[in-house]
Write a protein that binds this ligand. Structure first.
Ligand code: ZN
Ligand code: ZN
Length: 342
């Protein structure tokens, strides 16, 4: 192993993601060194360039979705072996606070996230706590596994744990992107009926391929589609992957009394909800933040058993991060873009 590696970094806020060389990290006590084989590119990687979420000392290696092989164990690590194929939960949590001790690690206020406050997976190697690792079976590819920690596990956490989605329920998914297309599959797998919206025909078609009823909201009003889908009752759960004032307004308008509105995306800083509406309808607004390691374990199993299929888009070699970022920003692809290591 050489001393330096390829990595994608944020060197300064307001710039662009840069492919560069960095020292290979050493695994600290309780950590393992993972040789990364694939990493998922998330729009958050680009949003981090704004500096609105402080990343600590720059340059920071970004990338919070990764899969690879364990290559080295830090002091005290006994339950992993070099050669184990793994992915990793994003949040590195304190393990001692009330949230961690009750399994709600996504609420830990001392967390440091892989690819945010600590160096991430858009690199040849990353050091992560052994307690974040999740073992992969031979049947799942590195590319498919690489997109699970965020694009798939977050939807699982939102729908199943925050939204209580289950058999017989009717779920509206606003926005069929990298998260939404997996939300469709998870809700279907849980036994729900799913209506999914987009303004792009190919996204509507993809949602239908995965078992949703697709609605092109450029052609048809959402209210009419939901009224038909639910016999005028309104849906049980809305998943807002868009996150602006209009998506919140529209989503609440088609949510049944007592229904759950899942706040997954956060593009607009504020939105408005008439208090009288919440009073009269008992609709619930539920924040959804990330996922836990157990969510990732569950998701790996769902993929390995064929109930959820990760939807991959284009791949780019790590050196071509600029092209990958341009492709992501163009919005032309629905599937997750990932960085290869060849
Ligand atoms: Zn992400
Ligand atoms: Zn904690």
């Amino acid at each position: 192993m050489s001393d330096s590696m390829r990595a994608v970094v944020i060197a300064r806020y307001g710039g662009s993601l840069e492919a560069t060389r960095r020292p290979v990290p050493r695994p600290g006590p309780g950590e393992v060194l993972v040789q990364v084989r694939a990493s998922g590119l998330c729009s958050t990687d680009l949003h981090l360039l704004s500096g609105r979420q402080p990343l600590g000392d720059l340059p920071r290696v970004v990338g919070h979705e990764l899969a690879g092989d364990v290559v080295e164990l830090g002091a005290g690590v006994t339950d992993w072996r070099p050669g184990d194929r793994v992915t990793a939960a994003i949040d590195v949590c304190c393990g001692r606070c009330r949230h961690c001790l009750t399994g709600a690690t996504q609420r830990c206020r001392a967390m440091q996230r892989i690819g945010f406050e600590r160096d991430g997976g858009h690199a040849d190697y990353v050091a992560v706590p052994a307690s974040n690792l999740v073992l992969l079976g031979a049947e799942i590819s590195y590319a498919a596994a690489a997109i699970l920690p965020d694009a798939v596990a977050c939807m699982y956490h939102s729908l199943i744990h925050q939204g209580g989605v289950g058999i017989g329920q009717r779920v509206l998914i606003l926005g069929v992107g990298g998260l939404g297309i997996h939300g469709v599959q998870i809700a279907r797998s849980a036994g729900a009926e799913v209506l999914a919206t987009s303004r792009q025909p190919q996204r509507v078609a993809l949602a239908e391929q995965h078992g949703a009823i697709g609605v092109n909201t450029a052609d048809e009003a959402l209210e009419a589609a939901v009224a038909r889908f639910t016999d005028g009752e309104g849906v049980d759960v809305v998943v807002d992957n868009i996150g602006n004032r209009e998506s919140v307004r529209q989503g609440l308008a088609v949510l049944r009394p007592g229904g759950r509105f899942l706040v997954v995306a956060y593009l607009d800083e504020t939105f408005e909800v008439p208090s009288m509406r919440l009073f009269k309808t008992e609709q619930q607004l539920i924040g959804c933040r990330g996922s836990t390691r157990q969510d990732l374990v569950d998701v790996v199993r769902l993929v390995q058993s064929g109930r959820v299929t990760p939807v991959l888009g284009a791949s780019y070699p790590i050196e071509r991060i600029q092209e990958a970022a341009a492709c992501l920003e163009s919005g032309d692809l629905v599937g997750r873009i990932w960085l290869s290591r060849d």
